[in-house]
Ligand binder design. Structure first.
Ligand SMILES: [Zn+2]
Length: 460
C-alpha cells in the first residue's frame, strides 16, 4: 500500500494481524514508526479526510478514534488517496486546501475524481496524468519509485522491492522532510574571520558601488550567485554581511525551504512552551513560494519594491510604523525571542541573519532533498488538478451580479474585503450533498465532541 504522492509504501502498525515488514536494517525504528501513519481522503471514506494507521493486508484504521473503524484501501481496481503525514501537508498546502472547513474537506475528497481515479494493481494509489518521475528534471534528476512496485498476491498487497530501492541510492526519499538545518540568527564571528584579509581590488565587479551590485545580483541563479561570491574575499565578505537580505529572498523564493506556518508553530511550542504566539501576526512563512522565481523576474530597481533594496525597505518600514500602535513590552519581548530561534521564518527571523549559511545547508541534507522532491510532487499534482477542475463539471462559476449570498455566512465587512466569491457549480453542490453524511461522521470518528472525551480510544 503506497502513498499517492511520494509512491513509497506505508509501514505496518505493530498491531497488524498480517504485517509485511521491510527487510531488517532498511529503515530505522523512527522511520518505521513515522511511515505507518497516513492521511486518507476520498468520497467513500468515513469522515472524508481522516488520520489513519496502516494495518497492512489492504487495510487502514482510523487513528485515535473512540469507535473502531477499519477501511479497505484498494477495491474494484482503485483506491482512495492515502498520504504520509508530511506528504498530506504539502499536498493540501499546494492545492490551497489547508483549512478544515467543510468546503475544503469536501474538495479534498473530490481530488481523485477530478484528477482521475487512482490506479490499481501494481500501480495502486497512483494518480493519472502526473509525471511523478520527472518532477525534479530529466536524466540523473529523475526519481523512479514506481518501477520498484510489482503485482502482489491480492488487491492492495502489491510488492515493494526495498533492497533494490536501497541499491539505487534512493534512501534519501524516506528521510523525514521536516528536519530543518539549524538557522543562525546571527553570523558567527568565525565565519567572518574566515574570510581573511581583504585586498584592494581593481576588477570590474568588486569596484562597482554596492547599489549596482544589489541591482545585478537578483538576475543570477542560486548556483551562479554561489559561484560568484566564491571568486574573491571582498564578495565573500559582502555575502556574509550586506548581501544577507539577498540570500534571504533566495531562501524564501524556494517555497519548500522554510517550515509551513503549522510546522513553525509546532516548533515554537516545543522549544518555548511558555511563549504565546497565537497573536503574533506572522506573515506566511512561505511568502516566497508565491513570488515568481528570482531568475525569471528580477524586481525593478527603480520601483522601490526590490526585496534587496535596503533603502526602499527602510522607507516602507518607516511609513508602516507611523500607522502602528507602539509595541507592548510583552509583544516586544516575544518578538525578540522569536527572532533568536534557530528556525527560519519569513517574518520573525532577522533580515540580516546568516541566510547564506541556511541557503547552502538546505541544498545538502537528505531531509531537505526529500522535502524539495515531495514539494515538487505536490506542485505537479496541484497543476493537473487545477487544469482538470477548470475544464470539468466541478469548475467554479462566475460570481452572481445580484448580491445574494451563495456562500452564506459572510458578513458585509468580509464581503467588502473579499469581493464577490465564485459560485459552486451544480455538480459540486450535488456532490457536496451526497457526502454530507460522511462529513458529519468526521466529528465522531476523529473523536471531537464524542462524550466527555475521556472514553477509550483506538490509538495505534
Ligand atoms: Zn508519501
Amino acid at each position: 500500500m503506497s502513498c499517492s504522492l511520494c509512491r513509497l509504501p506505508f509501514t505496518p502498525s505493530p498491531s497488524s494481524m498480517a504485517p509485511r515488514w521491510p527487510p531488517d536494517g532498511i529503515l530505522s525504528d523512527k522511520q518505521l514508526q513515522y511511515m505507518k501513519h497516513a492521511v486518507g481522503m476520498g468520497q467513500y471514506l468515513v469522515g472524508l479526510v481522516v488520520n489513519l494507521v496502516h494495518l497492512d493486508n489492504n487495510m487502514f484504521t482510523i487513528n485515535n478514534s473512540p469507535v473502531l473503524v477499519t477501511i479497505v484501501w484498494e477495491t474494484g481496481n482503485k483506491t482512495f488517496i492515502a498520504l504520509h503525514t508530511h506528504c498530506a501537508m504539502f499536498f493540501r498546502h499546494n492545492l490551497g486546501l489547508t483549512s478544515d472547513c467543510p468546503g475544503s474537506l469536501i474538495e479534498c475528497s473530490l481530488i481523485d475524481t477530478i484528477v482521475g481515479p487512482t490506479q490499481g494493481g501494481a500501480h495502486a494509489g497512483r494518480l493519472n496524468d502526473v509525471d511523478y518521475e520527472g518532477v525534479l528534471g530529466d536524466g540523473s534528476e529523475r526519481v523512479d519509485i514506481e518501477s520498484l512496485w510489482s503485482k502482489g498476491p491480492s488487491e492492495g498487497n502489491a510488492h515493494f522491492d526495498w533492497q533494490e530501492w536501497k541499491q539505487r541510492g534512493l534512501e534519501w526519499t524516506a528521510a523525514r522532510p521536516d528536519v530543518f538545518p539549524r538557522f543562525r540568527p546571527t553570523i558567527l564571528e568565525a565565519r567572518l574571520s574566515s574570510v581573511g584579509e581583504r585586498m584592494a581590488t581593481t576588477d570590474i565587479i568588486t569596484t562597482q558601488s554596492l547599489d549596482i551590485l544589489h541591482i545585478l545580483l537578483p538576475y543570477l541563479s542560486n548556483k551562479s550567485y554561489v559561484n560568484l561570491i566564491a571568486t574573491c574575499r571582498t564578495l565573500r565578505y559582502h555575502a556574509l554581511t550586506t548581501f544577507q537580505p539577498h540570500a534571504r529572498v533566495r531562501v524564501l523564493s524556494l517555497g519548500w525551504a522554510v517550515p509551513l506556518e503549522s510546522e513553525y508553530i509546532n516548533y515554537v511550542h516545543r522549544m518555548r512552551p511558555d511563549l504565546d504566539i497565537a497573536d503574533s501576526q506572522p506573515e506566511p512563512a512561505t511568502e516566497g513560494g508565491t513570488q515568481p522565481p528570482i531568475q525569471s523576474s528580477p524586481p525593478s530597481p527603480t520601483d522601490g519594491t526590490s526585496p534587496v533594496d535596503d533603502a526602499g525597505l527602510e522607507t516602507r518600514l518607516d511609513a508602516m510604523s507611523l500607522s502602528l500602535e507602539p509595541m507592548s513590552s510583552h509583544r516586544a519581548s516575544r518578538t525578540a525571542i522569536l527572532s533568536q530561534l534557530e528556525m527560519a521564518h519569513a517574518a520573525h527571523s532577522p533580515v540580516h541573519a546568516d541566510w547564506l549559511h541556511y541557503l547552502s545547508r538546505v541544498h545538502r541534507t537528505p531531509a531537505m532533498r526529500a522535502r524539495r522532491w515531495v514539494w515538487a510532487l505536490a506542485e505537479a499534482v496541484a497543476q493537473v488538478y487545477r487544469r482538470k477542475r477548470a475544464e470539468g463539471p466541478f469548475a467554479d462559476l462566475e460570481p452572481d451580479d445580484d448580491d445574494s449570498d451563495e456562500e452564506g455566512g459572510l458578513d458585509p465587512e468580509q464581503r467588502e474585503k473579499w469581493g464577490k466569491l465564485p459560485r459552486k457549480s451544480d455538480a459540486w453542490n450535488a456532490y457536496a450533498q451526497s457526502v454530507m453524511q460522511q462529513l458529519v461522521m468526521r466529528r465522531l470518528v476523529q473523536g471531537a465532541g464524542a462524550g466527555n472525551g475521556r472514553g477509550p480510544r483506538f490509538t495505534w
